[in-house]
Design a protein around this ligand. Structure first.
Ligand SMILES: NC(=O)c1ccc[n+]([C@@H]2O[C@H](COP(=O)([O-])OP(=O)(O)OC[C@H]3O[C@@H](n4cnc5c(N)ncnc54)[C@H](OP(=O)(O)O)[C@@H]3O)[C@@H](O)[C@H]2O)c1
Length: 232
């Protein structure tokens, strides 16, 4: 099965891509940073997995279409898309800048739509396929300290749940994953001294593998993944 993972250069996307490649999937790696994507591809290849890559800013529709067409050609078609790329700015509305807001809307809302729209003709050409959208606990329960991020993740939830209905007759299975705190090792978590209580990116990858391998006549519609314990 050929799967595109957006935001595969680091964090959760890197974990998802690596787990899927080790599980026998051919993975199309997509993000803006070509050098980081190359590192991911080399890591996958050194462990015997298969991946190809393309760089693109998902905020630009034409560039996204070109990158996804390129990945399809390199892989020999597309069976699934994992919309993982996201911009996460956790600030209150008092601190959130206009640029912060636009960066999150461009990637988290426009990017998810652009990648989905670009992939659909490829899935239809195969007679069906799968789409997994990464929302967040913040896209299900309103919490303080990240209102802009929550707004974009509520949009992902709404889009994902709606296209589940729109695409099921096309044999396209749409799933929404809602992670809680994940140890993505990004700079924004640098002040967290202990992140061992968080979910690992690889566990989100295992959840994606489970969804992708589920029966073709069944949809795992939603999955919430949270750490057992709360952070200190
Ligand atoms: N970490 C958590 O605790 C958590 C919890 C719930 C949900 N999530 C969701 O999980 C997803 C991944 O989060 P993360 O923590 O792994 O984030 P991250 O470490 O910041 O990684 C974000 C990824 O998205 C890519 N990206 C960002 N903007 C892009 C754009 N415009 N075009 C193409 N690629 C872009 C980045 O690559 P480049 O910079 O190379 O483009 C990077 O690979 C996000 O959707 C996030 O909302 C995370």
């Amino acid at each position: 099965m050929n799967v595109i993972v957006t935001g595969a250069s680091r964090g959760i996307g890197r974990g998802i891509a690596t787990v899927l490649a080790m599980d026998g999937f051919t993975v199309g790696l997509l993000a803006r940073s070509g050098d980081l994507l190359n590192d991911v591809r080399e890591g996958i290849e050194s462990q015997g997995g298969k991946s190809v890559l393309a760089t693109c800013d998902l905020g630009d529709y034409d560039i996204t279409v070109a990158a996804i067409d390129d990945l399809s050609e390199q892989m020999g078609g597309i069976d699934a898309l994992i919309n993982n790329a996201g911009s996460v700015v956790r600030k209150s509305v008092l601190e959130l800048s206009v640029d912060d807001w636009h960066a999150m809307v461009d990637t988290n809302i426009h990017g998810v739509f652009h990648a989905t729209k670009a992939v659909l003709p490829h899935l239809q050409a195969r007679g069906g396929g799968r789409i997994i959208n990464l929302s967040s606990i913040s896209g299900k329960y309103p919490l303080p300290g990240g209102s802009g991020y929550a707004a974009t993740k509520y949009a992902v939830t709404g889009f994902s749940q709606s296209i589940f209905h729109e695409l099921r007759d096309q044999n396209i299975q749409v799933s929404t994953i809602y992670p809680g705190s994940v140890d993505s090792q990004s700079e924004r978590h640098a002040d967290d001294s202990d992140s061992s209580w968080k979910v690992s990116p690889e566990e989100v990858g295992q959840a994606c593998a489970f969804i992708l391998k589920s029966h073709s006549g069944t949809v795992i519609h939603e999955m919430e993944i949270r750490p057992l314990k709360k952070g200190s």
